[in-house]
Write a protein that binds this ligand. Structure first.
Ligand code: CAA
Length: 383
């Protein structure tokens, strides 16, 4: 069975749409796009029209309302074709879900309908900064409240880093401190559309992998926005971002499993040509680890579908799936012999693409920290 569970009609529909995009549009161009570092804006817009930029967004706003298991199944299928384009799709879904969960009716109408109709190729998520990654609450960007003619606005200054789809997205979820004297409690979240004065991308980063995904910094220079750009309450932006990342980590898990699937496919093809016992051992080990990883991903997705707490399970899934995919792609490079080592070969690209998955949306070290902290909470509440 494709996903080790019986899919309902909606989930099956998402899977089939994603497989079609993956096989017909993403996979055939993935190697060339990797070399030329080209962003697939048109393909992403087509995905938007097919509902894949709002898989878990209500149909009322143009999404599919298909849930989180459907989302994981779709991400996995897309990542088998091109993990770089898939990350733009994933971050967009993460931001779209945050808009639906925390936004006003005006936000939903203004942004979700554009994302789910193919008008924009992506949405962006701006949390990290050049000087703050894992310790996200130590951000330096500021949003200072101003009152002019009884009109409240915020003046934003600072630099957000590692922004997926920077310069391409139609709207960005941006954090800055409305109270710089505080840590997490001083952080607020804002929705800033592209083209807003004082909010600009830098040149794209040069990266080892996921080169079809465009990554920039986004610089805020006296960027003045109305108070209604706030997403959620002032001072509660950190929770908005952490909540989004719980779901985002399910997406990264599914993306990593999709890349492992692609690596296993290469290994199987080679094994069919040459039944080498060592290659057989690598395949057996990889398949078992990949299935275990996918089950962890599905558990976290299913908890989210049920509206249950998933912080710890999402972190377990993310650390296991991404580290598994690192091992499996290394084995593919090894198992394919000299072809595996060929620059711009398929296995080499998968190995490069998967490396950052152990870094973004929380490093493996951060996932272990979150898992241990949740264990401690359980231990204390059981006393
Ligand atoms: N859901 C909702 N709220 C949460 C939460 C969650 N999972 N986790 C924490 N919060 C809330 C807390 O309840 C707390 O709220 P109160 O003040 O009301 O109690 C507030 O957020 C602060 O929480 P913490 O005390 O846990 O904050 P911390 O500073 O100790 O956080 C951390 C530590 C968990 C390690 C956090 O900093 C973290 O997750 N760091 C990693 C950041 C990350 O993943 N960055 C990736 C950026 S995106 C990216 O990679 C690019 C891309 O686009 C692909």
């Amino acid at each position: 069975m494709y996903s080790m569970l019986q899919l309902n009609d909606l989930q099956e529909n998402v899977l089939q749409r994603a497989l079609q995009f993956s096989d017909e549009l993403l996979a055939p161009e993935a190697a060339e796009r990797d070399q030329t570092e080209s962003f697939a804006a048109d393909h992403l817009k087509s995905m938007g029209r097919a509902g894949l930029l709002g898989v878990n967004v209500s149909q009322e706003y143009g999404g599919l309302g298909a849930g989180v298991v459907a989302y994981a199944v779709g991400v996995r299928a897309l990542a088998q074709g091109c993990a770089g384009t898939t990350v733009a799709m994933m971050v967009t879904n993460m931001v779209a879900e945050a808009i639906e969960k925390f936004g006003s009716e005006a936000h939903k109408k203004q942004y979700l309908t554009h994302l789910c109709s193919g008008k924009w190729p992506a949405a962006g998520f701006c949390l990290s900064e050049p000087g703050s990654g894992s310790d996200a609450a130590s951000m330096k960007a500021t949003a200072i409240k101003e009152l002019d003619d009884e009109q409240i606005s915020y003046r934003l200054n600072g630099t957000k880093a590692w922004v997926t789809s920077g310069g391409e997205a139609g709207v960005y979820l941006v954090t800055a401190k409305t109270d710089p004297s505080q840590g997490a409690r001083g952080v607020s979240a804002f929705l800033i559309p592209s083209g807003t004065e004082g909010f600009n991308p830098t040149a794209p980063e040069k990266k080892v992998g996921l080169r079809t995904s465009k990554t920039t910094q986004m610089v805020l220079e006296d960027c003045v926005i109305d108070a209604d750009a706030l997403l959620g309450e002032e001072g509660r932006g950190f929770s908005v971002m952490m909540n989004a990342l719980d779901g985002g980590r399910i997406g990264v898990s599914a993306q990593a499993v999709g890349v492992a699937d692609a690596a296993l496919k290469l290994m199987r093809r080679q094994y069919d040509l040459r039944q080498d016992s060592e290659l057989g051992r690598l395949i057996a080990q990889s398949q078992a680890e990949r299935d275990a990883a996918w089950l962890l991903c599905l558990r976290a997705a299913s908890l989210k579908d049920q509206g249950k707490r998933l912080t710890q399970q999402a972190s377990m899934s993310k650390v296991y799936c991404t580290e598994m995919a690192g091992r499996v792609t290394q084995r593919a490079v090894r198992g394919l012999g000299s072809a595996g080592h060929q620059a711009h070969g398929e296995a080499e690209r998968l190995m490069r693409d998967v490396r950052v998955m152990r870094i973004y949306e929380g490093t493996s070290e951060i996932q272990r920290f979150v898992i241990a902290r949740e264990e401690l909470k359980k231990h204390r509440s059981a006393r």
